[in-house]
Design a protein. Sequence first.
Length: 731
Amino acid sequence: MARAFILIVLFLLNAEWVIAQEQTIAREWIEELLEAVRSDFARPTVHARNLWHHSILMYDLWAVYEESAETYFLGKEIDGFDCPFEGIPASSDIDGDRHKAMSYAMYRLIAHRFANSPKSTKTLVSIIERMQSYGYLISNSSMDYQTGDAAALGNYIASQMILFGLQDGSNEANDYENTYYKPVNPVMSPEIPGDNGIINSNHWQPLSFQVFIDQSGNPRPGGAPDFLSPEWGVVVPFALDESDKKVLTKNGQEYIVWHDPESPPLIESGDEQAYLPQEYQWGHTLVAIWSSHLDQKDGIIWDISPGSKGNNLSYPLSFSNYDSFYNTLEGGDPSQGRPINPKTGNPYEPNLVPRGDYARVLAEFWADGPDSETPPGHWYTITNYVNDHPKLIKKFEGQGEEVDPLEWDVKIYFTLGGAVHDAAVSSWSIKGYYDYIRPISAIRYMADQGQSTNQSLANYHPNGIPLYDGFVEVVNEGDSLAGSENQHVGKIKLFAWRGPAYIDDPEVDQAGVGWILAENWWPYQRPTFITPPFAGYISGHSTFSRAAAQVLSLFTGDEYFPGGLGEFVAKKDSFLVFEEGPSVDVVLQWATYKDASDETSLSRIWGGIHPPCDDIPGRLIGEIIGTDAFNKAKEIFNTGITPVTEEEKDYLIDVFPTTVAAGELIKINLGTQKFDGMIQIIDPSGRLCDKRSFDAENGLMTLSSAGWPKGVLFLVVRSSDQTYSRKIIVK
């Protein structure tokens, strides 16, 4: 059974509830989209963008039928791209038209974006069946939305998003190929010992495979996969601001870098301020040491409940302080847990499991593969888990009236999509420019140089790996690793996860932990994947996860999972993919979204993918991105007009017509109530376009739209104590 399916099912089975409510049309299409992502190549940047663009369509097609809402893309200009919109007739079936418009839009865009997916037929069949289940004809390709045909509106906005995507900087037309990035290092074949002749140990090294199977389980021909999206900083973002941007030059090429954290620690000459060999050596050596934790037979038991794990109070801001945050030898961070669940008032129950099972489950669960939806999609899955929880009260920011389920879904997907897209744009802009080395290359490089601890030994080198008794040592004569002719004497050995060479049958075999030559060190990954094909600094997982966690906290108005507890069960001997395990059921638990995000970050160290210097900047930048995305989404949500209640109708009964040609008249029925005030015409940016004092006769007032700009405007009626608004469109 595919792990993605297991993940989703377990998320639901873990809970103490059965989902009884009917899913919204937005949720149904997000599930189709996530399944399409699982069936495509594992490209986190591409799919963060896909999730964002599809979420825009659904939000806009909800908003266009909502008198009190404002669209984001439809009828707007985004980074120089204009999406014309002339308005639609009033709908006599808003729910039905929304359902149809969203369905046609999502069908068209999914079919376009996943046409070249390795499982495109599967995706196309699924979305066609979805349309047929609704009774919709996919042959309806009309875009004449002014007739009132919701299908035509869906087709139209999808066509506009397709055009937008072809010019947004992603190079979608050429399958997102790189245009100028070139790696500086030769390709490593991991089966060959050592660093394979690395040229610059500060920079990323491509890896070659006889058969490369990406995180979504898709095989690719042999060879070295290209760096994914090193130029992604040019892609149009959502809420990233010009103040967040730098234009930096490298090798004669300009790179746009968002939220520049500046250089990671370097071990060779380069930026003198970033020449931090000790920090480089410690961080990558910590990754090797933590791989010694990946065996449940070591007898170490941890309490992984929220009473013991989570609740980090601060993060180091200098690389020199990282060693006080991470526990170099034992693993983990200084999180202190929370003894009391604030939602129940009861203590969190202990959750005791072997550390080796916990670390292995983390590495696989948060890796989102194989057959999964990449980190951005994973957080959509987590959001759906939260949305389905019976203890979740769907109030925006936890305040006001409970929100209609469809409005909740389109707004939370819109906000989350903008955040993970910006996280991809920012983190990959940093990856591309700094082009930082991965642990598999750094650990092997340092070990090939020797050791950097004892200058009296023959194998001393200042760029070597630091020694740690019991974890990183020198091979001496008589050592089992010395070789038949002592050819390995003087080399470095690691007490670490032994790698895929020790696994014949993943159903029954474990590689286990033991002494290995450092030149053969391997991340806790499948031999057909090893490490993602892009640079490490900064961690995409840390950035995505913290941005998403921030959105969930702000959107729900509560940093805690509903009921104060989120859970996922990894079943004994069935969850792990490339070796047997875990040895017991492992229940991952989190009190808050931030706790889950922090756990994601640690998982990538145990998985051998990132050193600490990749992690912390990702967490800090992700929190900024999530906050900014939420604030911008909130601004868009609040740009719309204020709905008129029954009580308010005495003051503002109607505005008609709501769509006019420039210069035409608009009538306002102010009701029978007489009061002093002002009528203003405001554009979506808040700019005042016109204003008039009340001049009503029998409650009616007539305005000319002459001189008003074309597009969506807001007619605002203000009195001394109340404000009412209506959206109008000038063609």
